[in-house]
Design a protein around this ligand. Structure first.
Ligand code: 26V
Length: 822
């Protein structure tokens, strides 16, 4: 049997082939003659999974026997993307495997596209968690990702008559070869009911929580392999199941249907990811989801502590617990409950442990995005936690009262309970009060947190605040997504850059080498041809690969201003109509992104873009100089096709609104130039690449604030700019809606009379900057130099750099190299 085990773990090509065909037979139950690509994908996934196991258990056993600090990343979202390709890269067997399957008449890429991606996140925040988990493993840092195993991930987007339509994401339909259920580590999570006081044996007054119902959390583990290391960390996602024993009462009374209903209610907890980037203050299920995974995760940490024989008093020495936004902030109250009510620690000791354990990352400046729960709802779901929050609040406000004597308004602002009108629990305040570290995700964002959103907390505890500029993993976003560029860079610099992205600076030496530039340009041209072919195949739109690929892919939001890009397209179209022979640099505008299903204006923005495409793409006067494509269902998988083919990266949010952005970094690494506002991490990208290699436009954050304060009147911009007026008038006339002037009226009126995101104020600056883009693009060699310098100077934006900063400055975590157990 020893021989079997080693063959199943062997990276040798012959063994890979043998395992692959074995798995086709023994896992899929198919002969090659009957097998389809889905069968081959699963056979290959199991072949790779087998090769992860030894690394996984070696890692687990090293962590159990060592006293090293473990990072626990608590996140309601992990937007992982497909695992197979990434695991092949990280194991170092991608090329071998491609050859092996080719010899069997198969195409590896076709097999990779069979994988249903686990889309367990909305956008930036969830994808950041996935990049962090990759970097932690690659840096060999002991880490666990804790989250929810949603049965339905982010909805699948289709377009129906140019409007977004949503379909459920049944990603588990054909099974998930990457996870292993661990029912033996199931935990119980309690909800509702009431509390009562009692006196314990030592005559101390204590509180007991008598819940109304109990749900089980069953861990489902996925190995997360680092790049060319033995470390395989764990992503532990909780699935909700009914606690059957709890329903026996009902069952025995003969209420079988009632018991089954209870079971369904319990399992709803991990049923679906909320697709809204919007305030969910009324959504009871959402609060239950948050508490469900946080309680399960903290109980799991306490279990691990126990098997390691570490006393609970040392919890914070063993674990650094990071809150990915406020979604897991209930963890502050839950750890207090576990330590005080269950482990019988005194309050002050428990509070000290809690504050030393937690760190809080804020991800948005949008005031409407700050999470709060109405008090009656909170009381109903988590009665014991409300008591604990009151106690935390009383002690916290005492501290504030001493520091800021007589400042009643400050007390009201900082209270964990909002008491202006109907009362709410403020989750950001809870997260700040219970954490020793608070961070923003880009320089500007952190400064704005300190000056604005979290100003009071900054004035109380300046030492808790720091910046951790976001990053993205070069393994997925360059090596896997862009094999042509990877080959060129590695031939030029060796492979060290993949783990140390700063080494890309070495490319600067080759900028003046005409042969290198030609190879660089060919990589981009080939990637563009691939994407053009894909678009033609899927959408039936023919694309000129020599046009500028001008791309905006991200969630659809007014603050991200996809409609500003739409206004620019119309401005170009009007130039052609006014002067059919105008010498315009050909462009392909590519959009992608999902709108929250209840966000009317975002859905109307999608309709506007598709409506413009319907006109522009077929108007003979345009003569293929403009193409407008809305690619449906933007996802990690689609991103991997799109970023490598982009020439121009659109990062055009209103200054002061985008916390960081991470798509901007993926574009930059893949050699796209950025047209952007001075917002989020754009500012740091410009700093790295130099102003001469970045297309900057628009108001700065202070200018936006000043204009807003002085009484912004968008109508004045409309009246002053001929180009702008013609664009707006054309939309308002119904030209893009078959004469129906009412269709886009809400959007047009919003711009003319409110324009909360300052599109009209930035329009002229944006169009002028786009004209500069077009003129630079005509000098192909100049463009290529700028593109090379953009990639060469993207090292800062590796999530490896970000994670090293979190480890050094917040988590106190160190790398633990893993020796393979045999
Ligand atoms: C945004 C909004 C916009 C207005 C309506 C309410 C609302 C609620 C939530 C959000 C964003 C949620 C958090 C999030 O995904 N933030 C993103 O985090 C990324 C990673 O740090 C960062 O790059 C993005 O700039 C930030 O939007």
């Amino acid at each position: 049997t020893d021989r079997r085990v080693s063959e199943r773990a062997s990276l040798d090509k012959r063994d890979l082939r043998r395992s692959f065909l074995d798995n086709l037979l023994y896992v899929q139950g198919k002969f090659p003659k009957l097998a389809n690509n889905a069968d081959y994908y699963l056979a290959l996934a199991h072949t790779v999974r087998d090769r992860l196991m030894q690394r996984w258990i070696s890692t687990a056993s090293a962590y159990t026997s060592q006293a090293s600090r473990t990072v626990c990343y608590l996140s309601a979202e992990f937007l992982m993307g497909p695992h197979l390709g990434n695991n092949l890269i990280n194991l170092g067997i991608y090329d071998e495997t491609a050859k092996m399957v080719a010899e069997l008449g198969l195409d590896l890429e076709d097999l990779l596209y069979q994988e249903e991606e686990p889309g367990l996140g909305n956008g930036g925040l969830g994808r950041l968690a996935a990049c962090f988990i990759d970097s932690l493993a690659t840096l060999e840092v002991p880490a666990l990702g804790y989250g929810i195993r949603y049965e339905y991930g982010i909805f699948h987007q289709t377009l129906v008559d140019g409007w977004q339509a949503e379909k459920t994401d049944k990603w588990l339909r054909y099974g998930n070869p990457w996870e292993i259920a661990r029912p033996e580590w199931t935990v119980e999570i309690r909800f509702g009911g009431h509390t009562e006081q009692y006196v314990d044996e030592q005559q101390r007054l204590r509180v007991r929580w008598l819940p109304a119902r109990v749900v089980l959390g069953v861990p489902h583990d996925t190995p997360i392999l680092g790049y060319h290391v033995n470390t395989a960390n764990t992503l532990r996602l909780w699935k909700a199941e009914a606690a059957e024993s709890f329903d026996f009462g009902q069952f025995n009374r003969g209420d079988y249907a009632g018991a089954v209903t209870q079971k369904i209610v319990s399992e709803n907890l991990s049923k679906v990811l909320y697709p809204n980037d919007e305030q969910e203050a009324g959504k009871e299920l959402r609060l239950q989801q948050q508490y469900f995974f946080v309680s399960a995760s903290l109980q799991d940490m306490l279990r691990i502590l126990k098997i390691q024989g570490v006393p609970v008093e040392n919890f914070h020495e063993k674990f650094a617990v990071q809150l990915n936004d406020t979604h897991p902030a209930i963890g502050v109250a839950e750890l207090m409950r576990l330590l005080v009510d269950e482990h019988l620690l005194v309050w002050d000791t428990a509070w000290d442990i809690t504050c030393k354990s937690f760190g809080y990352t804020n991800h948005t400046l949008m005031p409407e995005a700050l999470e709060r729960w109405s008090l009656p709802l909170f009381q109903r779901v988590l009665p014991r936690h409300l008591e604990i929050i009151y106690e935390i609040n009383a002690r916290f406000l005492d501290q504030v009262r001493l520091r800021f004597f007589g400042d009643e308004q400050r007390l009201a602002r900082m209270s964990l309970i909002d008491e202006h009108g109907p009362r709410y629990v403020r989750m950001a305040n809870l997260a700040c009060a219970g954490s020793h570290a608070i961070n923003g995700v880009a320089d500007l964002h952190t400064e704005l947190l300190k000056q604005d959103v979290l100003k009071d907390f900054y004035e109380l505890w300046p030492e808790k605040f720091s910046n951790k500029t976001n990053g993205v993993t070069p393994r997925r976003w360059i090596v896997l997504a862009n094999p042509r560029l990877t080959a060129l860079i590695s031939e030029t610099l060796g492979e060290g850059w993949i783990k140390d992205l700063g080494q890309l600076r070495g490319l600067e030496r080759h900028v003046e080498n005409a042969d290198f530039r030609a190879r660089w340009a060919k990589v981009k041209r080939d990637n563009k041809a691939d994407l053009a072919a894909h678009i033609t195949r899927r959408l039936g739109i023919s694309i000129n690969p020599d046009s500028i690929f001008d791309v905006q892919v991200k969630r659809i939001h007014e603050y991200k201003r996809q409609h500003l890009a739409a206004l620019h397209i119309i401005a170009l179209y009007l130039r052609i109509k006014a002067n059919p022979n105008i010498d315009l640099t050909p462009r392909t505008f590519i959009f992608g992104g999902k709108a929250a299903p209840g966000y009317f204006m975002a859905k109307l923005m999608i309709k506007l873009i598709t409506a413009i495409g319907d006109v522009v793409n077929v108007d003979p006067a345009v003569r293929d100089r403009l193409k407008v494509v809305f690619m449906p269902n933007f996802s990690v998988t689609n991103g991997q096709r799109i970023y490598p083919a982009a020439d121009l990266s659109e990062q055009i949010s209103t200054a002061g609104k985008e916390a960081s952005g991470t798509g901007n970094m993926k574009f930059q690494m893949n050699g796209a130039l950025t047209i952007g506002t001075m917002d989020g991490a754009n500012i740091e990208i410009q700093q790295e690449v130099g102003a001469e290699n970045f297309f900057q436009f628009g108001l700065s954050t202070p200018e936006v604030y000043a204009l807003g304060a002085s009484g912004y009147r968008p109508m004045e911009y409309y009246q002053r700019s001929d180009a702008l007026r013609e664009v707006i008038d054309l939309i308002a006339s119904g030209f893009f809606s078959r004469g129906d002037a009412s269709l886009f009226k809400p959007l047009v009126d919003n711009l003319l009379y409110h324009d909360p995101y300052f599109l009209l104020a930035d329009f002229d600056s944006y169009v002028a900057c786009q004209d500069e883009v077009a003129s630079v693009y005509r000098d192909a060699d100049r463009w290529t130099r700028m593109a090379i310098l953009n990639s060469a100077r993207s090292g800062k934006f590796s999530s490896d750099r970000t994670i090293l900063q979190y480890c050094d400055e917040i988590w106190g975590a160190k790398s633990v190299p893993i020796r393979l157990l045999t």
